[in-house]
Design a binder for this molecule. Structure first.
Ligand code: SAM
Length: 373
């Protein structure tokens, strides 16, 4: 029976179970906790022993005495995996993956052909969707990449669902390493020349169901050649889509006026003059104090330890519109604000063109003969 953290949810972290350690928005590290090991990061060290049996989602504080950092211990999902996996190729990110999965109508139990496997990012999204009763046949012609993907799929307990094969689908077609008969109802091609692979599909797709295809290509020339071949091979309803996913944030921005800039320049000048004056005064006072001190020491009045004067506490200056000073919180009373919307830049997505089409099942004649009308 398949036991994969990508297919089932565990509430607590087993020893040697896959954990995605979330350090920052762009840094998530996959690890398997074992007794006696630690994760060392710039936020401190984190003992694996503190991870084992913790709940997934736990915020773990650093065990380093000099660093107060923390990480989150997250449960694996295809979405988080795509952000933490070791890249061997360009990968399909969640915004594209989710759109492709729903356009290809992939669901639990679906049978899907994928080429190439690449870094197996999309393979994980597919596996989670088709679940235990589904099947993914994935093909990769680069041997080391195929070996790594196969091992990763096994390590993640997905080998009951995902069958990895090594081969060039453009030259030899879709010949699986397993002895299964392929009857896919969805096809995803993420390779440089999908038009060479498409003619090989007829023998490995379902004869009873509508079959849907998506080809993922970064150049328009590739899209054009793919469309020509799809048309020639009888695929219908051909449509090209580009997923340009952006998250819009509604925010308040402080209204700043030219007078603020003038104030700011005056403030800089005033503070520089004050600083210079204070520095000179302090130097003079220190010199006088040193003199008085050495005189007193010579007379035996004080010991050197009594010489320490505590630092003056730092007082943050008042708010100044363009410089350092008091921190003003967004929307804070007493300032003028305007409503703006901003694009969040960090959302990861690899822009490619997605070409979709479908192939109806061949028409079955009265005598049971299958022809494709
Ligand atoms: N979709 C994958 C992911 O999300 O990780 C990334 C796929 S990567 C961009 C394309 C892969 O297709 C490469 O690993 C390449 O070696 C493989 N490839 C290219 N041509 C191929 C062919 N004719 N047969 C099999 N694999 C091929």
């Amino acid at each position: 029976d398949t036991n994969s953290p990508f297919l089932e949810f565990n509430s607590s972290i087993p020893e040697n179970g896959l954990v995605l350690a979330w350090l920052t928005r762009d840094n998530t590290k996959p690890l398997r906790p074992v007794q006696g090991s630690a994760l060392h990061t710039r936020f401190g060290s984190f003992q694996h022993s503190s991870m084992i049996s913790s709940k997934y989602g736990t915020q773990l504080a650093s065990s380093s005495s000099n660093q107060a950092g923390f990480i989150y211990l997250l449960h694996p999902t295809p979405e988080l995996w795509s952000l933490s996996l070791p890249h061997r190729t360009q990968i399909v990110y969640t915004p594209d993956a989710s759109y492709i999965v729903q356009r290809l109508r992939i669901r639990p139990g679906s049978k899907v052909i994928e080429a190439g496997t690449g870094s197996a990012s999309f393979t994980h999204a597919l596996a989670r969707t088709v679940a235990k009763n589904g099947r993914i046949w994935t093909f990769e012609f680069h041997e080391p990449r195929f070996e790594i993907a196969k091992k990763e799929i096994e390590d993640h307990g997905l080998d009951g669902v995902v069958k990895c094969s090594h081969g060039d689908v453009c030259v030899n077609g879709f010949i699986p390493a397993c002895d299964e008969i392929l009857d896919a109802s969805a096809v995803f091609l993420d390779l440089p020349s999908p038009w060479l692979a498409i003619p090989h599909l007829k023998t490995v797709i379902s004869k009873e169901k509508i079959v849907r295809i998506c080809c993922f290509s970064p150049c328009m020339e590739q899209v054009q050649r793919t469309i020509e071949t799809l048309q020639k091979e009888g695929w219908l309803d051909i449509e090209m889509v580009e997923v340009s996913c952006k998250r819009w944030e509604a925010r308040k921005e402080m209204v700043r006026k030219p007078q603020d800039a003038i104030e700011r320049l005056r403030d800089i000048r005033r503070r520089r003059n004050e600083g210079l004056k204070k520095r000179n005064e302090r130097k003079l006072a220190e010199a006088q104090k040193d003199e008085a001190m050495s005189e007193a020491q010579e007379n035996g009045a004080v010991t050197p330890a009594e010489n320490h004067v505590p630092d003056k506490p730092f007082l943050p200056s008042e708010y100044n519109p363009w410089g350092k000073g008091k921190r003003v919180h967004e929307g804070e009373h007493g300032y003028e604000w305007k409503e703006v919307s901003k694009v969040e830049a960090e959302l990861k997505s690899h822009t490619s063109y997605l070409t979709f089409a479908y192939l109806p099942p061949p028409v079955q004649g009265k005598d049971g003969h299958i022809g494709s009308e």
